[in-house]
Design a protein around this ligand. Structure first.
Ligand code: PLP
Length: 395
């Protein structure tokens, strides 16, 4: 018999599992051409050619035993150094390899850092809407995730609400920038206000509040927007980065944590992350992929493709009467449902072959997420269906 905990997780995961099964079910019913699956955030732009070339070069030329062996829990030293140097070039930092810990994607990195930081019962705050897996990641480390109500319609973090939510048990806050599911990019001014509150409340309670910045979408930004580099704003920041989206490598499970030397108890945190990688069963980030990203970390896949998808879909939806904050990052639109119940709205959309994700899964009822990382033709063919869906609510 499976545990009660796992049973609960399985039940809660039903909505996520449905994202994978609903597409095939609807395709059978309506035909391939009439189903528009905007459910899953799986990149559909190819990895840069250099990724495969580098992997092939390594596989052909590197000693097999070295290439495939276990690595240090924190990653291969030369890889950590290469990533540090890339960050130094981009953000004017002075990192060394010691500031970098290689992880199995951002998911692995988040689980690792939460394992290192949390004691049983510690609280972690995040701003809704948020990536729903945070609930589980925090629970995995014995903590409790508390979400701060969404700031509608901007979806930017609200520093006043943050101040009210912080308690003596607050160990960390998770920020996701650019944001999944809204695509909103948090600006520097907003983040400075967040930092002020963290400093103020930390002093008041005599505690250390870590900021964990989850940044798998850092490179996916449009309109010339830049994503503020949070360690420059709040010294006690740890960044969880991933190549899942920037290099389109979600299945290869590769990312890293940046732990600046300004982080409280820096030495212990770094040492702890290597140990956490091991004891959580990751052992080390995939060796081949570590070596690949060390050489390809300054590249990115074709962001312009997502930008064009965004423009086409956003402009069309607005013209049909939908409401949505124009996203400047990631590959999601977060659209107001045309009825109060977002689940009912998602079900109604299925009648038109459109698959979306209810906002309540991200802690924000009344909205739906549209993942536009799909072929251009899918967007173009879906537009008449979106228009019909909007009209169905105008009667
Ligand atoms: N954080 C956010 C906000 C995400 O959207 C995702 C994946 O979609 C992850 C973390 C996990 O990404 P990774 O594939 O790097 O583990």
């Amino acid at each position: 018999m499976i545990s009660k905990n796992m049973k609960e997780l399985v039940d809660k995961s039903a909505a996520i599992s449905a994202l994978f099964t609903e597409g095939p079910r609807l395709r059978k019913l309506l035909g391939d051409e009439n189903v528009f699956d905007f459910g899953i955030g799986n990149p559909n732009v190819k990895a840069p050619i250099s990724v495969n070339e580098t992997a092939i070069e390594l596989l052909e030329n590197m000693d097999s035993l070295t290439l495939h062996s276990y690595t240090d829990g924190a990653g291969i030293p030369s890889v950590r150094q290469a990533i540090a140097e890339s960050l130094n070039r981009r953000f004017g930092e002075e990192y060394t390899g010691k500031n970098i810990v290689m992880t199995t994607g951002a998911a692995g990195g988040l689980n690792v850092i939460l394992k290192v930081l949390l004691d049983q019962g510690d609280e972690v705050l995040t701003f809704a809407p948020y990536f729903s897996e945070y609930d589980v990641y925090v629970a995995n480390a014995g903590g409790r995730l508390i979400s701060i109500a969404p700031n509608i319609p901007s979806f930017l973090p609200d520093a006043n609400k943050l101040e009210e939510a912080i308690s003596s048990k607050t160990k960390a806050i998770i920020i996701n920038n650019p944001n999944n599911p809204t695509g909103v990019v948090y600006d520097e001014e907003t983040l400075k206000k967040v930092a002020e509150v963290l400093n103020k409340k930390g002093k008041e309670f005599g505690t250390t509040i870590y900021l964990i910045s989850d940044e798998p979408y850092r490179e996916l930004v449009f309109d010339g927007v830049t994503v503020p580099y949070i360690p420059k704003i709040y010294g006690n920041t740890i960044v969880a980065y991933s190549f899942s989206k920037s290099l389109s490598l979600p299945g290869d499970r590769i990312g890293y944590l940046t732990i600046p030397s300004t982080v409280e108890d820096f030495e212990d945190v770094v040492y702890g992350t290597g140990v956490a990688n091991r004891v959580l069963g990751f052992v080390n980030a995939p060796a081949l992929q570590q070596l690949v990203v060390a050489r390809c970390c300054d590249e990115k896949s074709d962001i312009a493709f997502y930008d064009k998808n965004r423009e086409i879909l956003y402009n069309a939806l607005i013209s049909y009467g939908f409401e949505c904050a124009k996203p400047q990052g990631a590959f999601y639109l977060f659209v107001k449902a045309l009825e109060e119940d977002d689940v009912a709205f998602v079900n109604k959309a299925k009648e038109y072959g459109i698959l979306m994700t209810p906002g309540r899964g991200f802690g924000c009822k009344g909205y739906v997420r549209i993942a536009y990382c799909v072929a251009r033709a899918v967007i173009e063919r879906a537009l008449p269906s979106f228009e019909k869906l909007a009209k169905a609510y105008k009667k």
